[in-house]
Write a protein that binds this ligand. Structure first.
Ligand code: HEM
Length: 156
């Protein structure tokens, strides 16, 4: 009987997600397309995003406890920002470059789950950013992301 690790465990835990977003926002700060989008972000933004993704991937609930966040709270940060497909594509590109530079697990199964999540989340972010009212209520749970349909290396 195999125990299936969470994506969070497979990636290597909290410090890996924090390294990922640190590297990502360093790139964002130098990027012509994304710098204007994030010019007002708070000093804690990078850590909040790391906490959010780590929690969705099965890690400790730091976004919803320590940061007093929620799914609705995260969506609220996107509402009204009028994000574009060009910005979203650049966001994905820089995030995946950052994943490589972070040394994030690069096995086909993990990267498939990661890209699936980033595509899903970033497309929703663009949709939500072009609304004026938050479509997610405060009671709604955080998203949960897993391995999907790939045969994981944990089955070896
Ligand atoms: C999987 C996809 C995404 C996740 C998980 C995510 C996560 C988050 C979180 C957790 C926050 C709130 C941070 C805080 O509490 O301080 C936030 C804010 C924000 N996000 Fe996203 N996001 C995603 C996609 C995107 C994309 C594609 C863009 C733009 C192209 C974007 C632009 C922003 C902006 C502009 C803010 C507000 C920054 C500010 O406070 O000024 N997000 N995001």
């Amino acid at each position: 009987m195999h125990t299936i690790p969470t994506l969070y465990e497979w990636a290597g835990g909290q410090s890996v997600f924090e390294r990922l977003t640190t590297i990502f926002y360093e790139k964002v700060g130098k990027d012509e397309i994304l710098m204007p989008v994030f010019k007002n972000m708070s000093a804690a933004h990078s850590q909040h995003v790391a906490h959010f993704i780590a929690e969705v991937f099965g890690g400790p609930k730091l976004y919803t406890t320590q940061d007093q966040g929620s799914h609705a709270h995260m969506v609220a940060h996107h509402v009204g920002k009028s994000l574009t497909e060009v910005q979203r594509k650049q966001w994905i590109k820089l995030l995946l470059e950052s994943a490589d530079e972070t040394g994030l697990a690069d096995d086909p199964e993990f990267r498939s789950a990661l890209v699936g999540y980033l595509e899903w989340g970033s497309r929703l972010a663009v949709i939500n950013s072009n609304t004026t009212e938050n479509p997610v209520s405060e009671q709604e749970p955080m998203p949960v992301w897993g391995w999907g349909e790939t045969g994981g290396p944990y089955q070896k």
